[in-house]
Design a protein around this ligand. Structure first.
Ligand code: Z5A
Length: 214
């Protein structure tokens, strides 16, 4: 007998909103309940996808820039590897997948913020991840200034900003508005969580937001 498919939960939101922190706390709850899970992230999650992550975040050349179209394809090349080699096998084995960012980040960053055609983006996402419907998306909402201040305090940042962190306030305001618009479009899948609370309060909201999936 095959195991029932696991649940696919994605965490979305602007930088520094606390997605990674909350993903780990949720994983601890699953472990305590004896539920098999994997914790993963985008872009990334497999060897090739992690290489693409490094490129798309830190590529620098005085001869060319990454075009918005290339950014879209790099994100989705990484996603295709991630889905085929990590996410689908875990779901099919009955494990829950907790994913720090997924396709809604493409819609918010490459769509709303970079201004690329939404229908085209959705069709690329379908090619990369159409086989993986999401059960619940937790949107951690925070003004970009607050998220940036938090991210700046992180040791790993230490002045080494990536292409997205350097994109400016207006870009990140569009990202936030984009995420909120996506949540309004699909209220059954999304739960919007106030990320400006203390970590334990955000965690309590996360548990409430996934409670019906247990
Ligand atoms: N991107 C894209 O354009 N298209 C796509 O399709 C995909 C991604 C998938 C990935 O960067 C970039 O790729 C991302 C979008 C783009 N760029 N941006 N911006 P990333 O993965 O490196 O960046 P991130 O997802 O924004 O990670 P992050 O900055 O680490 O944010 P976070 O995971 O939401 O936050 P955190 O690491 O849990 O917390 C940040 C700090 O705040 C840390 O010191 C915590 O201890 C602290 N923290 C957490 N929660 C709280 C609360 N509640 N109060 C106070 N302090 C807190």
């Amino acid at each position: 007998m095959t195991a029932p498919r696991g649940k696919f939960i994605t965490l979305e939101g602007p930088e520094g909103a606390g997605k990674s922190t909350q993903a780990k706390l949720l994983a601890e709850v699953l472990a305590a309940r004896g539920i098999g899970y994997i914790l993963t992230r985008e872009p990334g999650g497999t060897p090739l996808a992690e290489e693409l992550r490094r490129l798309v975040k830190h590529f620098k050349s005085d001869r060319e820039e990454i075009t918005p179209e290339s950014e879209l394809f790099l994100m989705n090349a990484a996603r295709s590897q991630h889905v085929q080699y990590k996410i689908l096998p875990a779901l099919n084995a009955g494990k829950w997948v907790i994913c720090d960012r997924f396709s809604d980040s493409t819609l918010a960053y490459q769509g709303f913020a970079r201004g690329m055609d939404m229908a085209g983006i959705k069709s690329v996402i379908r090619m990369a991840a159409g086989c993986c419907p999401i059960d619940r998306t937790l949107l951690f909402d925070l003004p970009p200034e607050a998220g940036f201040r938090r991210a700046e305090r992180r040791e790993s940042t230490a002045g080494n900003y990536d292409r997205f962190e350097l994109a400016g306030g207006e870009f990140h305001r569009k990202v936030r508005q984009g995420f909120l618009a996506l949540a309004e479009e699909e209220p059954a899948r999304f739960r919007v969580i106030r990320a400006d609370q203390a970590i334990h309060e955000v965690h309590a909201d996360v548990l409430e937001a996934v409670n019906d999936l247990f």
